[in-house]
Write a protein that binds this ligand. Structure first.
Ligand code: KIV
Length: 271
Protein backbone atom coordinates (compact mmCIF):
# COMPACT_ATOMS: atom_id res chain seq x y z
CA UNK A 1 0.00 0.00 0.00
CA UNK A 2 1.40 3.40 -0.85
CA UNK A 3 0.53 6.41 1.22
CA UNK A 4 0.91 9.81 -0.44
CA UNK A 5 3.57 11.84 1.37
CA UNK A 6 2.29 14.86 3.22
CA UNK A 7 5.82 16.17 3.82
CA UNK A 8 6.16 19.45 1.98
CA UNK A 9 9.25 20.24 -0.12
CA UNK A 10 10.50 23.06 2.10
CA UNK A 11 11.52 21.78 5.54
CA UNK A 12 13.15 23.51 8.49
CA UNK A 13 16.35 21.64 7.55
CA UNK A 14 16.23 23.03 4.00
CA UNK A 15 15.89 26.57 5.35
CA UNK A 16 19.15 26.14 7.29
CA UNK A 17 20.83 24.83 4.14
CA UNK A 18 19.56 27.90 2.26
CA UNK A 19 21.15 30.14 4.88
CA UNK A 20 24.43 28.22 4.65
CA UNK A 21 24.65 28.69 0.90
CA UNK A 22 23.54 32.33 1.05
CA UNK A 23 20.19 31.80 -0.67
CA UNK A 24 17.64 34.33 0.63
CA UNK A 25 14.38 32.94 2.06
CA UNK A 26 11.00 34.35 0.95
CA UNK A 27 8.09 34.31 3.41
CA UNK A 28 4.57 35.76 3.11
CA UNK A 29 1.40 35.51 5.15
CA UNK A 30 -1.78 33.76 4.00
CA UNK A 31 -5.02 33.12 5.83
CA UNK A 32 -7.27 31.29 3.35
CA UNK A 33 -7.22 28.51 0.75
CA UNK A 34 -7.40 30.56 -2.47
CA UNK A 35 -4.67 33.01 -1.50
CA UNK A 36 -2.42 30.24 -0.16
CA UNK A 37 -2.69 28.34 -3.49
CA UNK A 38 -1.44 31.39 -5.37
CA UNK A 39 1.34 32.14 -2.87
CA UNK A 40 2.54 28.52 -2.80
CA UNK A 41 2.45 28.07 -6.58
CA UNK A 42 4.41 31.31 -7.03
CA UNK A 43 7.32 29.77 -5.12
CA UNK A 44 7.26 31.37 -1.67
CA UNK A 45 9.40 29.28 0.71
CA UNK A 46 7.53 29.83 3.99
CA UNK A 47 3.83 30.66 4.44
CA UNK A 48 2.96 32.26 7.76
CA UNK A 49 -0.58 31.99 9.05
CA UNK A 50 0.01 35.13 11.06
CA UNK A 51 -2.10 36.47 13.88
CA UNK A 52 -2.17 39.59 11.67
CA UNK A 53 -5.35 37.78 10.53
CA UNK A 54 -6.86 39.65 13.49
CA UNK A 55 -6.24 42.91 11.59
CA UNK A 56 -6.60 42.10 7.90
CA UNK A 57 -9.22 39.31 8.06
CA UNK A 58 -11.26 40.17 11.16
CA UNK A 59 -10.84 43.97 11.29
CA UNK A 60 -9.53 44.22 14.86
CA UNK A 61 -7.20 47.10 15.70
CA UNK A 62 -4.62 44.87 17.44
CA UNK A 63 -3.71 41.19 17.19
CA UNK A 64 -4.81 40.48 20.77
CA UNK A 65 -8.46 39.42 20.23
CA UNK A 66 -7.79 36.53 17.82
CA UNK A 67 -8.41 33.12 19.40
CA UNK A 68 -6.82 29.69 19.01
CA UNK A 69 -10.02 28.48 17.29
CA UNK A 70 -9.83 31.31 14.74
CA UNK A 71 -6.14 30.59 14.05
CA UNK A 72 -6.93 26.89 13.60
CA UNK A 73 -9.68 27.74 11.09
CA UNK A 74 -7.29 29.93 9.04
CA UNK A 75 -4.42 27.43 9.27
CA UNK A 76 -6.57 24.48 8.15
CA UNK A 77 -7.69 26.42 5.07
CA UNK A 78 -4.09 27.32 4.21
CA UNK A 79 -2.67 23.82 4.77
CA UNK A 80 -5.25 22.32 2.39
CA UNK A 81 -3.82 24.53 -0.38
CA UNK A 82 -0.09 24.20 0.14
CA UNK A 83 2.11 21.64 -1.67
CA UNK A 84 5.61 23.10 -1.41
CA UNK A 85 6.07 25.81 1.24
CA UNK A 86 6.69 25.28 4.94
CA UNK A 87 3.56 26.37 6.86
CA UNK A 88 4.13 28.20 10.16
CA UNK A 89 1.23 29.20 12.43
CA UNK A 90 1.25 31.97 15.05
CA UNK A 91 0.23 31.00 18.58
CA UNK A 92 -2.20 33.79 19.50
CA UNK A 93 -1.99 36.07 22.53
CA UNK A 94 -2.88 34.32 25.80
CA UNK A 95 -2.22 30.77 24.61
CA UNK A 96 1.44 30.38 25.60
CA UNK A 97 2.64 33.17 27.92
CA UNK A 98 3.23 32.40 31.59
CA UNK A 99 2.35 28.70 31.56
CA UNK A 100 4.38 26.21 29.56
CA UNK A 101 1.78 23.43 29.91
CA UNK A 102 -0.87 25.68 28.34
CA UNK A 103 1.69 26.59 25.65
CA UNK A 104 2.29 22.92 24.82
CA UNK A 105 -1.46 22.21 24.71
CA UNK A 106 -1.97 25.14 22.32
CA UNK A 107 0.87 24.05 20.04
CA UNK A 108 -0.34 20.44 20.02
CA UNK A 109 -3.83 21.60 19.01
CA UNK A 110 -2.36 23.60 16.12
CA UNK A 111 -0.28 20.64 14.90
CA UNK A 112 -3.03 18.01 15.30
CA UNK A 113 -5.97 20.02 14.01
CA UNK A 114 -4.28 21.86 11.12
CA UNK A 115 -1.36 19.62 9.99
CA UNK A 116 0.85 22.69 9.76
CA UNK A 117 4.64 22.30 10.04
CA UNK A 118 5.59 24.66 12.88
CA UNK A 119 4.45 27.34 15.31
CA UNK A 120 5.70 30.87 15.98
CA UNK A 121 5.79 32.62 19.37
CA UNK A 122 6.61 36.25 20.25
CA UNK A 123 9.25 37.01 22.89
CA UNK A 124 12.61 35.88 24.30
CA UNK A 125 13.73 34.94 27.81
CA UNK A 126 10.27 35.54 29.32
CA UNK A 127 8.70 32.76 27.18
CA UNK A 128 11.74 30.45 27.03
CA UNK A 129 10.15 27.75 29.21
CA UNK A 130 7.15 27.58 26.86
CA UNK A 131 9.46 27.38 23.83
CA UNK A 132 11.47 24.55 25.44
CA UNK A 133 8.35 22.56 26.38
CA UNK A 134 6.88 22.84 22.88
CA UNK A 135 10.22 21.82 21.36
CA UNK A 136 10.41 18.83 23.73
CA UNK A 137 7.28 17.46 22.05
CA UNK A 138 9.03 17.56 18.66
CA UNK A 139 7.16 20.62 17.41
CA UNK A 140 9.36 23.04 15.41
CA UNK A 141 9.32 26.57 16.83
CA UNK A 142 10.09 29.90 15.20
CA UNK A 143 10.89 32.89 17.45
CA UNK A 144 9.80 36.51 16.94
CA UNK A 145 11.75 39.44 18.44
CA UNK A 146 11.90 43.22 18.03
CA UNK A 147 8.45 44.71 17.52
CA UNK A 148 6.13 42.10 19.01
CA UNK A 149 2.56 43.27 18.29
CA UNK A 150 1.03 41.07 21.02
CA UNK A 151 2.83 43.33 23.56
CA UNK A 152 1.50 46.59 22.10
CA UNK A 153 -0.10 47.60 25.39
CA UNK A 154 3.24 47.22 27.18
CA UNK A 155 5.18 49.38 24.68
CA UNK A 156 2.38 51.73 23.63
CA UNK A 157 3.61 52.32 20.05
CA UNK A 158 4.49 50.46 16.84
CA UNK A 159 7.71 52.49 16.49
CA UNK A 160 11.10 51.01 15.59
CA UNK A 161 12.43 48.84 18.45
CA UNK A 162 15.89 48.24 19.92
CA UNK A 163 17.38 51.61 18.91
CA UNK A 164 18.89 52.00 22.39
CA UNK A 165 21.88 49.86 23.35
CA UNK A 166 20.28 48.11 26.33
CA UNK A 167 17.27 46.95 24.29
CA UNK A 168 19.52 45.93 21.39
CA UNK A 169 21.75 43.85 23.69
CA UNK A 170 18.70 42.14 25.21
CA UNK A 171 17.45 41.32 21.71
CA UNK A 172 20.82 39.74 20.79
CA UNK A 173 20.83 37.73 24.03
CA UNK A 174 17.24 36.57 23.41
CA UNK A 175 18.12 35.53 19.85
CA UNK A 176 20.97 33.36 21.15
CA UNK A 177 18.73 31.85 23.85
CA UNK A 178 16.12 30.92 21.23
CA UNK A 179 18.77 29.36 18.98
CA UNK A 180 20.28 27.40 21.90
CA UNK A 181 16.80 26.18 22.91
CA UNK A 182 16.40 24.69 19.41
CA UNK A 183 14.26 27.16 17.42
CA UNK A 184 14.68 26.62 13.67
CA UNK A 185 14.43 30.32 12.80
CA UNK A 186 13.62 33.77 14.10
CA UNK A 187 11.56 36.69 12.76
CA UNK A 188 12.95 40.15 13.55
CA UNK A 189 10.41 42.95 13.22
CA UNK A 190 11.08 46.67 12.79
CA UNK A 191 14.59 47.09 14.20
CA UNK A 192 17.67 48.94 12.87
CA UNK A 193 19.24 47.24 9.83
CA UNK A 194 22.66 47.09 11.51
CA UNK A 195 21.19 45.10 14.40
CA UNK A 196 19.34 42.74 12.03
CA UNK A 197 22.59 42.05 10.15
CA UNK A 198 24.45 41.46 13.41
CA UNK A 199 21.93 38.89 14.67
CA UNK A 200 21.88 37.10 11.29
CA UNK A 201 25.68 36.89 11.24
CA UNK A 202 25.92 35.60 14.84
CA UNK A 203 23.25 32.88 14.48
CA UNK A 204 23.41 29.62 12.52
CA UNK A 205 19.60 29.47 12.14
CA UNK A 206 17.82 31.64 9.52
CA UNK A 207 16.76 35.14 10.54
CA UNK A 208 13.80 36.51 8.59
CA UNK A 209 13.19 40.25 8.69
CA UNK A 210 10.20 42.55 8.38
CA UNK A 211 11.61 46.05 8.56
CA UNK A 212 14.96 44.64 9.74
CA UNK A 213 17.04 45.59 6.67
CA UNK A 214 18.73 43.64 3.90
CA UNK A 215 21.43 41.96 5.99
CA UNK A 216 19.16 39.20 7.29
CA UNK A 217 18.58 35.78 5.69
CA UNK A 218 15.11 36.41 4.26
CA UNK A 219 12.10 38.71 4.22
CA UNK A 220 8.46 38.43 5.29
CA UNK A 221 5.51 40.74 4.53
CA UNK A 222 1.80 40.66 5.23
CA UNK A 223 0.18 39.74 1.90
CA UNK A 224 -2.64 42.29 2.14
CA UNK A 225 -0.05 45.06 2.57
CA UNK A 226 2.27 44.03 -0.29
CA UNK A 227 -0.66 43.53 -2.68
CA UNK A 228 -2.06 46.97 -1.80
CA UNK A 229 -5.41 45.64 -0.57
CA UNK A 230 -4.90 47.42 2.72
CA UNK A 231 -4.07 51.06 1.82
CA UNK A 232 -4.12 52.57 5.31
CA UNK A 233 -0.77 51.06 6.34
CA UNK A 234 2.43 52.34 4.75
CA UNK A 235 5.52 51.98 6.93
CA UNK A 236 8.91 52.64 5.30
CA UNK A 237 9.73 48.92 5.10
CA UNK A 238 6.68 48.07 2.99
CA UNK A 239 7.16 47.65 -0.77
CA UNK A 240 3.81 47.50 -2.59
CA UNK A 241 3.84 45.07 -5.52
CA UNK A 242 0.28 45.80 -6.69
CA UNK A 243 -2.62 48.14 -6.12
CA UNK A 244 -5.38 45.59 -5.65
CA UNK A 245 -7.48 48.12 -3.75
CA UNK A 246 -7.80 50.10 -6.99
CA UNK A 247 -8.22 47.02 -9.20
CA UNK A 248 -10.91 45.50 -6.96
CA UNK A 249 -12.76 48.78 -6.45
CA UNK A 250 -12.83 49.29 -10.23
CA UNK A 251 -14.12 45.75 -10.84
CA UNK A 252 -16.83 45.94 -8.17
CA UNK A 253 -17.96 49.41 -9.32
CA UNK A 254 -18.22 48.16 -12.92
CA UNK A 255 -20.24 45.13 -11.76
CA UNK A 256 -22.68 47.32 -9.82
CA UNK A 257 -23.09 49.56 -12.89
CA UNK A 258 -23.69 46.56 -15.19
CA UNK A 259 -26.30 45.04 -12.85
CA UNK A 260 -28.13 48.36 -12.44
CA UNK A 261 -28.15 49.04 -16.19
CA UNK A 262 -29.25 45.51 -17.09
CA UNK A 263 -26.06 44.98 -19.14
CA UNK A 264 -25.19 41.93 -16.98
CA UNK A 265 -26.06 39.19 -17.72
CA UNK A 266 -26.07 39.38 -21.54
CA UNK A 267 -27.37 36.73 -23.99
CA UNK A 268 -24.19 34.64 -23.79
CA UNK A 269 -24.21 34.67 -19.99
CA UNK A 270 -27.57 32.96 -19.50
CA UNK A 271 -29.12 29.51 -20.17
O1 KIV B 1 1.28 38.01 12.20
C1 KIV B 1 2.08 38.30 11.31
O2 KIV B 1 1.72 38.56 10.15
C2 KIV B 1 3.50 38.35 11.65
C3 KIV B 1 4.43 38.95 10.64
C4 KIV B 1 4.33 40.42 10.69
C5 KIV B 1 5.82 38.48 10.80
O3 KIV B 1 3.88 37.94 12.69
Amino acid sequence: MSVESTVRAVTTYRLTEMKQRGEKISMLTSYDYSMARIVDAAGVDVILVGDSAANVMAGYETTLPITLEMMIYHARSVVRAVRRALVVVDLPFGTYQGNSKVALDSAVRIMKETEADAVKLEGGEEILESVQRILSAGIPVMGHLGLTPQSIHKFGTYNVRAKEEAEAEKLVRDAHLLEEAGCFGIVLEKIPAVLGARVASELRIPVIGIGAGGGVDGQVLVIHDMLGINKGFSPRFLRRYADLHEVMTGAVTAYVGDVKSGDFPNEAEQY
